[in-house]
Design a binder for this molecule. Structure first.
Ligand code: WT7
Length: 661
């Protein structure tokens, strides 16, 4: 018997692309046919969107799988492609980044300004002894210098390893050590929730454990006092004094570009390695195709932090290689008030907004009246990334942010895939709320059972990628075996069956009756209830489809009769009364609501009403901790939790909650 995932949720709403957008779309339906007819030829055409110093000789070398080489023999400079060539084309005065500091200070940086700063930073790094192949750690708040530092590394062929500014001493030190970095670029601090939040002390402590670090380059952002050591140099005394001329050298297409650590579920973080030509080709193409960028008129805003891959690919490399104008915001969405995001959209007349389901659900919880206070009519396209977006959150986003007319692109990808893989094309695809729809042209995603057989439409299973793609990770830094074991050993040749190398992404998915793809969360989170594999995502979406619910997290807890039972943690919407009997009644309503939507098998055994959910710093729900609560265990590792007080609240509320039949 082969193992698959149940398909319980059905969705009938569908939204065709707006006619005007479809008529002018950058990418039309023919792209799918072109890519199917000649996949490598299709990617060659996309590589031609870039400026190469030397053309490649071979599009793909897949002779040593799973180690791919793309555009073999080609040479290019990434920073030249993101900056210089736009200035050479006469766009020097065009704004690349409108930066908005949390306290309300602003800077507008043109492509000419960017060229100057990136050249100066490249000269400084070179003076500090950084050469091609060296590693530079970047630990910065969301300030323009973060993009400048990344591009300066790329310009001289050094690998950047950006570490999210919210990470601890330990997280920073292990990442520096694993990559053996020579330089750290940081700041005195940044602004967070209305006050300066120091970074330099964390760096000082980490560097004390990292003998490989020779220099620490410090941007002055907050002006707070810092302790000064002999490795420390101010950015304004070095970079800002350096020569503004820097000749970019071309690097091999497979020259490493960056390492980005992802924590994974257990053990030491994996240093995901991306290289030059293939990465920029796919990121630059997908940016143009999925966001339909019109560089003369669009104002793009991706709300991710630069410390995550979303920030790498769709704040730095995608937008800048396409000559976009974009917004970069330093702070949190509720500082100084809960309308801050919409105020920024209104102020800069943002046309394309790319954000995460966790934020959309938070905005739902805060209430419809908040976005309603602002003029969001400039928006023409919305995007979502990071988690499955529940259909009701999608509908809320469309109605309250997208004035019922913006297409929504739900983009599935990973740190490992480097760029977007599955997404609607906004001028082609009729979207369904909650579905990432179809693989992009040139991408071969599939849903398979445990025998690696493609499941039929209507079936669920494991999301896999059957062919290499240009922006795929090349390995795990320093650990080829772990790369093979982690991604290539579940199905296909790597598992000892067949000749095909199959990449397994770790996610469950289903195909609906039309073949559209629905992401169902990590397969590690799948619940086994009375012999049925039920995805947490489907039960969560059923809960969020109830008008009283803003957000939900579902886990499977050991159960004597059903093997596992469904336990749900639910955040009510802002205006919902949950005191006393009203709360008990809501819980019963919700259990019945889920049973009605998905069938009795999916009825939660227990539902908790909570104020917050445990999330990672990138906003993903940490179901592992909720499982500990649901099974009355003491909590596992909480160090990656965004807010450590959340679990105390949830655990204390858990006692005495009884909602079983
Ligand atoms: C995991 C990758 C991709 C950049 C940000 C996260 C989940 C991501 C979606 C989506 C459903 C999604 C998957 C994936 N995920 N996008 N549109 N629908 N799930 O990068 O931290 O490497 O996480 O995020 O589970 O495997 P990441």
């Amino acid at each position: 018997m082969s193992e698959t995932l149940e398909n319980l949720y059905s969705e009938t709403r569908q939204f065709p692309p707006p006619a005007a957008l479809a008529a002018e779309a950058n990418v039309k339906a023919e792209a799918y046919e072109r890519a199917t007819a000649d996949r490598l030829g299709f990617w060659e055409q996309q590589a031609e969107r870039l400026t190469w110093a030397k053309r490649w000789e071979q599009t793909l070398d897949w002779s040593n799988p799973p180690f791919a080489k793309w555009f073999v023999g080609g040479e290019l400079n990434i920073a030249y492609n993101c900056v210089d060539r736009h200035v050479e084309a006469g766009l020097g005065d065009k704004v690349a980044i409108h930066w908005e500091g949390e306290p309300g200070d602003t800077r507008s940086i043109t492509y000419a300004d960017l060229l100057k700063s990136v050249s100066q930073a490249a000269n400084t790094l070179t003076e500090l002894g950084v050469t091609a192949g060296d590693r530079v750690a970047i630990y910065l708040p969301m300030i323009p210098e973060a993009a400048v530092a990344m591009l300066a590394c790329a310009r001289i062929g050094a690998l950047h390893s950006v570490v999210f500014g919210g990470f601890s001493v330990d997280a920073l030190a292990t990442r520096i050590q694993d990559a053996d970095a020579k330089v750290v670029i940081t700041a005195d601090g940044g602004y967070r929730r209305g006050k300066p939040s120091a970074l330099k002390p964390t760096v000082d402590e980490a560097v004390a454990q990292c003998p490989s670090i020779e220099h620490v380059l410090v941007v002055r952002r907050t002006g707070e006092d810092v302790t000064w050591g002999e490795k420390d140099l101010w950015w304004h005394e070095t970079v800002e004094q350096a020569s503004e001329k820097h000749e970019p050298k071309a690097f091999d297409s497979e020259h490493p570009l960056f390492i980005l650590y992802t924590s994974g579920t257990t053990g030491k973080p994996k240093g995901i390695l991306h290289t030059t030509g293939g990465y920029l080709t796919q990121v630059s193409y997908t940016y143009n195709a999925v966001f339909d960028l019109k560089p003369e008129t669009d104002v793009f805003w991706c709300t991710a932090d630069i410390g995550w891959v979303t920030g790498h690919s769709y704040i730095v490399y995608g937008p800048l290689s396409n000559g976009a104008t974009q917004i970069m915001y330093e702070g949190t969405p509720d500082t100084p008030h809960k309308g801050r995001f919409w105020e920024i959209v209104d102020k800069y007349k943002v046309t394309i907004l790319y954000t995460a389901p966790t934020l959309i659900r938070t905005m739902m919880k805060w209430g419809d009246d908040i976005p309603a206070k602002y003029d969001l009519s400039s928006l023409r396209l919305l995007g979502s990334v990071g988690e499955p977006i529940n259909p009701e959150a999608w509908m809320w986003y469309r109605a309250n942010v997208g004035h019922d007319s913006c297409p929504i692109v739900d983009t599935w990808w990973q740190t490992e895939t480097g760029g977007i893989m599955i997404s609607p094309l906004p001028g082609v695809t009729s979207t369904k709320p909650g579905s990432a729809m179809t693989p992009l042209p040139g991408i071969s995603a599939d849903v398979v059972d445990d025998q690696a057989e493609s499941v039929p439409d209507g079936g669920g299973g494991f999301l896999v990628l059957r062919e290499p793609w240009p922006s795929m990770l090349r390995t795990i830094w320093g650990d080829d075996q772990r790369f093979i074991d982690t991604y290539w050993s579940r199905f296909g040749k790597g598992a000892g069956t067949g000749d095909e190398w199959i990449y397994f992404a770790g996610d469950g998915a289903k195909k609906d009756e039309d073949g559209a793809l629905w992401l169902l969360g990590r397969v590690d989170d799948v619940m086994l209830v009375s012999g049925h594999n039920i995805s947490t995502t489907e039960v969560e979406s059923a809960l969020v489809s109830h008008p009283s619910v803003a957000e939900a997290a579902v886990v499977g807890a050991t159960d004597p009769t059903t093997g596992q039972a469904i336990v749900a943690f639910t955040i009510p919407r802002g205006n919902v009364d949950t005191a006393g009997d009203a709360g008990e009644k809501l819980i019963q309503d919700l259990r019945n609501h889920v049973a009605k939507k998905l069938g009795p098998i999916a009825k939660p055994r227990q539902i908790m009403l909570v104020a917050e959910l445990p999330k990672t710093r990138s906003g993903k729900i940490m179901r592992r901790l909720l499982r500990d609560v649901a099974e009355n265990r003491s909590l596992g590792d909480v160090t990656t939790l965004q807010d450590s007080t959340v679990m105390d609240l949830i655990s204390s509320g858990m006692q005495g909650s009884k909602s079983e039949d």
